[in-house]
Design a binder for this molecule. Structure first.
Ligand SMILES: [Zn+2]
Length: 142
């Protein structure tokens, strides 16, 4: 029997139900191209050099439901939180340098702030009428 890999502290998040799409963000698309809205993903890498506007996420793909690793906009995720991860499929793909719960919590806070700001500033035009994006959903702080 092979020994299970050591669990790691990672940042988990959920995919937004709807995202703004198009140059001026006047269209809405459900989830992302790779993930269903609401899907749970794990952040396994970030791009500090690019102000963390993009990150690498692992989750179940929208079409095949198999684990996939893909870069996505930080603004397409919400409710970032630290989580101790045991799933071998995630640990195998992991490129993160996080070591402790505190580091994961710090990164989760940072990414939440970036996602929040990006949803507000990414598109030059105002949100379309009856917008359902994460920033416009009722009761949504993010
Ligand atoms: Zn909106």
């Amino acid at each position: 029997m092979t020994e299970a890999a050591e669990p790691l502290w990672l940042v988990a998040a959920n995919v937004v139900l709807w995202r703004r799409y198009g140059e001026l963000g006047q269209e809405l698309r459900p989830g992302t191209k790779a993930f269903r809205g609401g899907a749970k993903v794990y952040v396994i890498d970030t791009y500090p050099g690019g102000a963390n506007e993009q990150l690498t996420a692992v989750g179940h793909g929208r079409r095949t439901n198999r684990w996939i690793t893909i870069d996505t906009g930080t603004r397409h995720l919400h409710t970032f939180r630290a989580q101790l991860v045991y799933a071998p499929a995630v640990l195998r793909r992991c490129g993160t340098r996080i070591r402790t719960r505190a580091e994961a919590e710090e990164l989760a806070e940072l990414l939440e702030r970036i996602a929040h700001d990006e949803r507000r500033t990414r598109h030059a035009a105002p949100h379309p009428g009856h917008c359902r994006c994460h920033a416009c959903l009722p009761l949504s702080p993010g």
